[in-house]
Design a protein around this ligand. Sequence first.
Ligand SMILES: [Zn+2]
Length: 136
Amino acid sequence: MAAWYLPIPDSESEPFWNAAAEGRLVYQHCRSCGNDYHYPRARCPHCWSDQVEWRDASGRGTVYTYSVVRQNPMPPFRERVPYAVGIVELEEGPRMMSALVEARPEDIRIGLPVEVVFEREGGDDGMVVPRFRPAR
Ligand SMILES: [Zn+2]
């Protein structure tokens, strides 16, 4: 059984998680109005069209905002504090919330260039989760 803290894919988000399992970061593009967006939705949040498609992101972006978690009593997170969670603005435009890894929280700042990394979470029954680290 999958760990309790893992995302539960649904019909709208499953393509996102399947792509992550293949090491690809994807977002959605509306063929009707041309906007790009994330999180996954069957209809464009700008014009409500269902003429939407998935596109591969470069995996590069910048930290739009973030917060440092210093207390979390729940395993497995209590062993990870302090850790940073942020919203990353992809270079394609959509913003994505994720953990900011491979950096000390005090070294993270708004505007920091970051790149995606794919990490398996929850062991063999788990799933691959996109996270972001400082760009190399
Ligand atoms: Zn649209």
